[in-house]
Design a binder for this molecule. Sequence first.
Ligand code: 13P
Length: 239
Amino acid sequence: MRKYLIAANWKMNPPPKGWDAKDSPYRPQEKIEVVVFPTHLDLQACAKAGLTTGAQSGRPEQTGAFTGDVSMQMVQALGCRYVLCGHSDRRAFHLESDAFVAEQAAAAITHALIPIICIGETETERDAGKSKAVIERQVKPLKLTNDCIIAYEPVWAISRGDPNRPAATSADAEEMHAFIRSLLPKDLRDHIRLLYGGSMKASNVKELLAQPNIDGGLVGGASLKPEEFREIVKIASEK
Ligand code: 13P
């Protein structure tokens, strides 16, 4: 059985109100894993407060002339357990390549961190019918282990949800998740957790998690709303 994991990616936002309260929805839960991804500046406080934390990025090198970056080693030393590798924001704004993302994930494993490797096609790639080819290209260089987690975040489905810009349906997501699972090495196929990310909300989490190949979510916008996030965690815990 793959344990559900619900991750809160706060991106470049301060921790939401009440994040460190006793009954904070961001605290570890019994039935599922809950992990928060604050900015690098808030990581230590979150880890110290007892939240399971991950960094939003980390470089493979241990030290060096990489202005503005932190290394996997530093992330681990702060008390983090997880790290995001290759989020689409990083691929877009920091030009992280498939090869570099693979390097990051390998360095994370070396430093006893669990990488959550983000993959997903853009809207242009989807419109050109290239979704699966892109996913295959992104998965190919990865040196996966049992502990690795993959987050499928179709870029076109991030921050969606109004009727004119619909998010991915659970059927869209499941089709891609099943495809991603088919690409995994046979011995890891049943173990590696596949998270879905892209407008996951309290209103669609139940249906998404009902899909056989969706093992949790990487939640952006809705993770900044404590009561909505509480609902997401509750629904995932009931599954
Ligand atoms: P939204 O949940 O806001 O669509 O963001 C998804 C995401 O990018 C999480 O990493």
